[in-house]
Design a protein around this ligand. Structure first.
Ligand code: NAD
Length: 237
């Protein structure tokens, strides 16, 4: 794996993925709307090019494709990881709130997969869509978020079928509770309650999720496509 794009790379899981892939020698194009400008940094045996980017920006994806193709050539992997979490129940959700979550989580994943398909050479590549256990069940209290993650599961399967003839693999990862800023709005008490529902009795670290994703972009997973991987300490057993 030589070159990868990771979205939401300033966040907990995204930063862990970018660091892990670069430390094993990859060039990582790390995209996040909270980055400022463009910067480059050697990381382990590889490098990370960080750029301010909004995954909902269709024209921006064309620019990323141009820049990537010019500077690095074809890519081997895309990790669609950027997302927003909005803890609003179904009956309280507004059209604007629903749209905002759908735009980042679902549309952003679609645009990313489409861009990656143009940047993947004839030898193929690997796309990993970061979903959630909130997309495995009816996650009450976060209607738009849960809905968007269910949608990404469907998009993963359709894209996996349509891109298989080009040897582009598309898989989904479902983290449970991961110790990142996304959980930040929870009180210590509610976090303790959530952790108690996990058989392994702790949160995942971002690095643990990154290791699963690193496997899915590695040659060791070459026969895996259209599949879903839950990493939740047993919470959904
Ligand atoms: N933390 C958890 O418990 C948990 C559980 C299940 C799934 N996930 C999923 O893991 C992924 C990573 O989440 P995290 O926990 O690291 O959260 P995080 O909030 O730390 O990181 C998300 C990152 O996405 C970026 N982002 C948001 N909107 C963007 C946009 N429009 N364009 C570009 N970047 C944007 C944010 O700036 C942030 O850096 C998400 O897809 C999330 O749904 C997280």
């Amino acid at each position: 794996m030589k070159t990868a794009i990771v979205t939401g790379a300033a966040g907990g899981i995204g930063a862990a993925i970018a660091t892990l892939l670069a430390s094993s020698g990859a060039t990582v194009i790390a995209l996040d709307r909270s980055f400022t400008g463009v910067s480059e940094q050697a990381t382990g045996a590889g490098q990370v090019l960080s750029a301010s980017f909004d995954v909902t920006d269709e024209a921006g994806w064309a620019g990323i494709c141009d820049m990537t193709a010019r500077r690095f050539g074809p890519i081997d992997a895309l990790v669609n990881n950027a997302a927003i979490f909005n803890p609003v129940p179904f009956l309280d959700e507004s059209v604007a709130g629903f749209q905002a979550v759908t735009d980042v989580n679902q549309l952003g994943t679609f645009l990313g997969m489409r861009a990656a398909a143009t940047l993947m050479p004839t030898r193929g590549g690997s796309i990993v869509n970061v979903c959630s256990t909130g997309g495995l069940r009816g996650f009450s209290g976060a209607f738009a978020y849960s809905t968007s993650k269910w949608a990404i599961r469907g998009m993963t399967k359709v894209a996996a079928r349509e891109l298989a003839h080009r040897n582009i693999r598309v898989n989904a990862v479902h983290p449970g509770l991961v110790d990142t800023p996304m959980l930040g709005e929870n009180t210590a008490e509610s976090l303790a309650g959530m952790t108690a529902s996990v058989p392994l009795n702790r949160l995942a670290s971002p690095k643990e999720v990154a290791h699963l994703i690193a496997f899915l972009v590695s040659p060791g997973s070459e026969y895996i496509t259209g599949s879903e991987f839950t990493i939740d300490g047993g919470q959904t057993i």
